[in-house]
Write a protein that binds this ligand. Structure first.
Ligand SMILES: Cc1cc2nc3c(=O)[nH]c(=O)nc-3n(C[C@H](O)[C@H](O)[C@H](O)COP(=O)(O)O)c2cc1C
Length: 340
């Protein structure tokens, strides 16, 4: 129904406006208590076969919502009912910021893709932290970044502020140094910056009763030498895992009329590229480093192939836009018949 009736209608309108409008509708309908219950019974696939233990956490199933979808943590209790095993909020920055001027989000229908140049629009860490004080069943990842106005020389402080503020309210952290829409952000994928940052994050978490996992989210546009350098930093600092990958700025040949928009490309054209990064990391680390695989998944087959490439869990963004919220159920049902 989503692909035949709902998405053709939604796709008539501006993507960002539709995102906001559907978020409003979801909140509105979930006020009817029985509806939440019905949605959960329809969409959730529960089985011990889907459970995955990773970096000290138990994921009910391996299909999560990628960062950027529920940036402000406003819809966690709604999305958990659609059967996702974990939800990554953010990217969160210390101060609220509006992001880049609109229009900044583009569908590429013929390519089953999206180009975005949102630029970390978010409500800021304090407001987001307050929303997370409510208890949720689903595991929550906190994806953290820096404000646009913070120079790279002070970027470490921004990550530390978000880490400390959110520490008691999320289950794992993601250091995002790979979004292409904050000028200079991807330069923070440097060995020196990451060593320095991880050192401080580790110092902070070592004094805590619960040691929360830290993952690094990387760009798909890194060459193998650079990935090796990053894996070394991860190993040296005992970082818990990696998220591969963010959006790409290296566009392949695309068909859609929006193909020349500036920003990061996600969806199907990113699929193989992110799989290559995952396979490479998995090979180098002998499958021992936990990898969350993200990029271009919209079908169960694509999710399974990503897991086979070496991902331990998967996440989706663009696939939810094109397939609808039932995509987690479809993937999980299919995973019941596979070893992963
Ligand atoms: C509109 C949009 C906003 C995004 N915002 C963020 C973000 O704030 N932080 C982040 O780490 N990734 C962000 N991403 C990247 C996704 O989390 C994901 O890594 C990427 O889209 C590839 O997955 P997909 O092909 O399933 O969409 C965003 C993606 C899109 C499409």
């Amino acid at each position: 129904m989503y692909k035949k009736i709902i998405s053709p209608f939604l796709f008539l309108f501006d993507p960002e406006k539709i995102h906001t409008f559907t978020f409003f509708l979801i909140k509105f309908f979930f006020k009817i208590p029985v509806l939440g219950f019905l949605i959960e019974s329809f969409y959730k696939v529960e089985s011990p076969k889907l459970t995955k233990k990773l970096f000290g956490l138990t994921f009910e199933n391996p299909v999560g919502i990628a960062a950027g979808f529920d940036k402000n943590a406003t819809h966690i209790s709604e999305f958990e009912k659609f059967g996702f095993g974990f939800i990554e909020i953010g990217t969160v920055t210390p101060k609220p910021q509006q992001g880049n001027p609109k229009k900044r989000l583009f569908r590429l229908k013929e390519d089953v893709a999206i180009i975005n140049r949102m630029g970390f629009n978010n409500d800021g860490v304090t407001m987001i932290k307050n929303r997370l004080k409510k208890k949720y069943k689903v595991l929550i990842g906190g994806n953290i970044g820096k404000n646009k106005t913070t120079p790279n020389s002070d970027a470490k402080d921004d990550y530390l502020i978000c880490f400390k503020e959110l520490y008691d309210y999320v289950d794992y952290f993601v250091v995002n140094v790979s979004s292409p829409n904050t000028p200079g952000l991807r330069e923070l994928q440097s060995k020196d910056f990451l060593n320095d940052l991880f050192n401080d994050l580790n110092k902070f978490r070592s004094n805590k009763k619960i040691i929360k996992p830290i993952l690094l989210k990387i760009s798909p546009d890194l060459n193998q030498d650079k990935i090796l350098e990053i894996l070394n930093v991860i190993d040296k600092n005992k970082i818990d895992g990696i998220i591969a990958t963010n959006t790409t700025v290296e566009f392949p040949v695309l068909k859609s009329k929006n193909k020349n928009e500036k920003g990061g490309l996600s969806g199907e054209p990113l699929y193989d590229k992110s799989n290559d990064v995952i396979s490479f990391i998995s090979k180098i680390t002998n499958g021992k480093l936990p990898i969350i695989g993200v990029g271009g998944i919209s079908t169960p087959e694509q999710a399974i192939k990503k897991l086979k490439a070496g991902a331990h869990l998967v996440q989706l963004y663009t696939g939810i836009i094109y397939e609808g919220p039932g995509v987690a159920k479809k993937i999980n049902k299919s995973l019941l018949n596979h070893k992963f």
